[in-house]
Design a binder for this molecule. Structure first.
Ligand code: SAM
Length: 282
């Protein structure tokens, strides 16, 4: 997606490009082995009931939406909202295989677009709400789709220094520094909501009440492919001449998590953030 010369970039341009990149989306199903570990904690907070209408923000490959579709039963429904054409395709394929007839997936940007299927009784997300360049706008747009007495339950990573599996710890010296966001925009990324004080302010500004966060710290066992594959280096901007050194840095970094069977035991730290629909929200 290109900018007008000197104009404002389109909303979420960088993240839309990332989540529509052929390499990135082709390896994403391997990464799910890391992030799927949090699903039971998210679902416990979502507390879906028979007949609920659930919005899944940044639904990716659709596994969580399909799981919730079973919980809400045929009287309920789930809509997954995502900007990634490839992941929406994957999610629809998985829903078809699972005969999840009450679950559908929509290609939309949750920051500003209308999401078909409103009003919802609950909005949820598993690591899909950290990629907005206007997070307060996005949380207000999500609130707009949730009915009276509706709820929010989303998982996001705690700060990067609490997540030592993140490759930035190993290859930060070889990648370009993060871009400065244009005026009025925030820098999106996996750790963008790692400071709950700021997240609570964003949610309150967006019309959500009683924002709260439960922190989780776990050690999970995953294959190396859940965290790293070689294509990630160039994708993250490592220059060709630095590839061997960056590969070594990744090997040294991941060695601290290595088990006898070759898999990795990695500490992960995340929040389940909850809030309820405020009277002020539209
Ligand atoms: C880390 S993945 C999580 C996917 C899925 N929830 C899971 O747990 O496997 C983040 C997802 O958010 C989606 N996403 C990023 N920005 C978005 C936006 N503005 N609106 C909707 N989805 C977005 C991406 O396309 C991606 O599928």
């Amino acid at each position: 997606m290109s900018n007008d010369a000197g104009g404002t970039p389109p909303d979420n341009e960088g993240e839309r490009r990332r989540w529509n990149d052929a390499y990135w989306t082709s390896v994403w199903p391997r990464r799910e082995a890391l992030t799927d570990n949090v699903t039971p904690d998210l679902l416990a907070h979502v507390g879906a009931r028979t007949g609920d209408a659930v919005l899944d923000i940044g639904s990716g490959g659709g596994k969580v939406a399909i799981a919730v579709g079973r919980q809400v039963g045929p009287e309920g429904r789930v809509v997954g909202a995502d900007v990634s054409e490839a992941l929406v395709r994957l999610a629809r394929k998985r829903a078809g295989r699972s005969r999840a007839e009450n679950v559908r997936f929509e290609l939309v940007d949750a920051q500003k677009d209308d999401i078909p299927g409103a009003p919802f009784s609950v909005a949820m997300s598993q690591f899909g709400v950290m990629f907005f360049d206007e997070p307060a706008t996005a949380f207000a747009n999500i609130a707009r789709h949730v009915g009276e007495a509706g709820r929010l339950a989303v998982v996001c990573w705690q700060a990067m220094d609490r997540n030592p599996w993140a490759l930035g710890h190993a290859i930060g010296a070889y990648t370009p520094p993060p871009a400065t966001p244009p005026p009025g925009k925030s820098l999106p990324g996996p750790f963008a909501l790692g400071d709950f004080t700021r997240t609570a302010e964003l949610l309150s500004a967006a019309g959500w009440e009683e924002p709260d966060a439960v922190p989780y710290d776990r050690i999970v066992t995953v294959d190396r492919a859940a965290i790293f594959d070689d294509g990630q280096l160039a994708f993250n901007g490592v220059a060709a001449e630095d590839l061997p050194a960056a590969r070594d840095a990744v090997d040294r970094h991941l060695a601290q998590f290595l088990r006898a069977d070759g898999r990795l035991d990695v500490p992960i730290a995340y929040f389940v953030v909850t809030a309820r629909k405020g009277r002020g929200a539209a």
